[in-house]
Design a protein around this ligand. Structure first.
Ligand code: GRF
Length: 199
């Protein structure tokens, strides 16, 4: 199975995918890394031939950028599209084109804390637990069907960075577990829900 990865930053989730494939722990191929940040670290984790990036600021509209991104992703013929630290909202056109096969990893226990700065917000809210969610991507931000979550405790004296680190350590195995199901054909989205083996 072919996986396209969308990323904007460091790319540690992407690296976890690449390492799992190299170790024979994920039966898939990363066919391309697509980014809205041409100088991001994530791109450097794959050979040049697999990199696509455009600066969104060079586009007149959000829809124009989205259309180019969607064409580039489609040209790589992915079975699954994974947003792994992709920080730009995907437009309706993109989402519709790859509906039911686009996953995102989000650093909160959805439906809590959609959007940005989730770790600081979890602390501010006084949450006693926090974590990460893998979910199907729908047009509304971080609102699609949740596939799986990993939970961590919030400890006394935690900073947002402490929490981010604790969550990230759980993101990588969570994403891999989900992708194993996806590439094995065991995961689907129907009626706004995530289904495992049709149930
Ligand atoms: C992760 O915490 C991810 O959940 C969030 O941004 C971070 C990206 O980390 N959306 P990386 O780029 O995969 O290292």
């Amino acid at each position: 199975p072919r996986i396209a990865v969308l990323a904007s930053g460091r790319g540690s989730n992407l690296q976890a995918i690449l390492d799992a494939i190299a170790d024979g722990k994920l039966d898939a191929e990363v066919v391309g890394v697509f980014s809205d940040k041409p100088d991001c670290e994530a791109l450097l984790r794959v050979p040049e031939a697999k990199r696509w990036s455009r600066d969104a600021a060079d586009y007149a509209t959000r829809a124009d950028f989205d259309a180019d991104l969607a064409d580039a992703v489609a040209a790589a013929h992915p079975d699954w599209i994974v947003c792994a630290g992709y920080m730009r909202i995907l437009g309706d056109g993109f989402v519709a084109r790859f509906a039911g096969r686009t996953l995102n990893i989000h650093p909160s226990l959805l439906p809590k804390h959609r959007g940005l700065r989730t770790h600081a917000r979890a602390l501010k809210a006084g949450d006693v637990e926090h974590g990460a969610s893998v979910h199907f991507v729908v047009p509304e931000l971080d609102a699609g069907a949740v596939v799986a979550q990993a939970v961590v405790p919030v400890l006394e004296g935690d900073s947002a960075d402490d929490l981010a680190q604790r969550v990230l350590a759980r993101e990588h195995p969570l994403l891999l577990a989900t992708l194993r199901l996806a590439v094995a054909g065991r995961l689907a989205e129907r009626d706004g829900r995530a289904w495992l083996d049709g149930h």
